[in-house]
Design a protein around this ligand. Sequence first.
Ligand code: SF4
Ligand code: SF4
Length: 345
Amino acid sequence: MGFELSREGLDRVLTELGESYLLYAPVLKVGEGRFTDADVVRYDYVSSVEQIELAHKSDYAFKELLTPLSETLFFFTENECKVADAEARKVIVFLRACDLHAVKRLDQMYLANGPQEDWFYRRVRDRVAFALIGCPESFDNCFCCSMDTNVAPEGWLFSLEQTDDGYRCVVADEQLTEVFAAQAVGEAAFEPAHVSANDTVVRVPESVPVAIYQHSMWDEYTARCIKCGRCTISCPTCTCYTMQDVFYTDNGCVGERRRVGASCMIDGYTNVAGGGQYRRTACERIRFKVLHKVHDFRKRFGYDMCVGCGRCDDICPEYISFAACVNKLADAVDALAAQEVSADE
Ligand code: SF4
Ligand code: SF4
């Protein structure tokens, strides 16, 4: 069911939803970007539709809600251990289609990537529902159409998009129909907007030969990439984390254990006992990240990890394009296949 709403009417809907849910949406933060006077769009709690940034893609993904940058898992003393309390309130997160697909990837990693679900992720995930932000047009660097993530999967409660004189929402959850109907200025049959083409087109190779690991295509990144990890922190599907014990006493017997966000692109991530370190060079790290996103994950789960949001391209300080790298990978795979054919002839 589709509804047309004024700003005031939609705010009344959000106020009513706010009695049962926290609302978490992309917000324009003026002057809080990485450079002086630069703005940034990142997720925060909202109470009115005017706070929700609908005109621009968020620079950072929503994932801090599901996988906080720093999360205390439990506290310990000499003889006891206590699981950290969790926020109990339910949340509605406003996501675009690609990010709803990213949730599927996070669920895969935390809930279906081994014999047991991640208990801490599960307890957050169970209190989170989603609203869909329609995409009438593609943003810079988006390539959702190449990754089949331009149309939202099922599972959202209602959609939201701005029109010339207000807002329109498709309500998918029947329990919310009355809430929207009571505030609507009109009803109409429509589907949430989605893009059907992007300026950026990415060609993902169907399979990758082992020879690609030694290919010279990766070499340039050793000089270009500064291993800052911004691409992974902004990515909605990156899930790397590390564990930290924080000790309250000198004997190390009292403290807390935290799960802390990490990145395969930064120094120290692959340090192992004895002083060893894997993937020392930036080109090895880029190779690992790219192949994980468009090859290894698919080999294991049957679909690509990358959802084509383009945030990594938007945010890289060295203007390294993930999309261009995947296209270069596809070309290199084709060239290797052609060499093999000519060697056989
Ligand atoms: S790899 Fe880049 S384009 Fe793909 S999901 Fe992550 S941030 Fe988005
Ligand atoms: S690819 Fe760009 S954003 Fe990612 S670690 Fe390298 S320099 Fe940083």
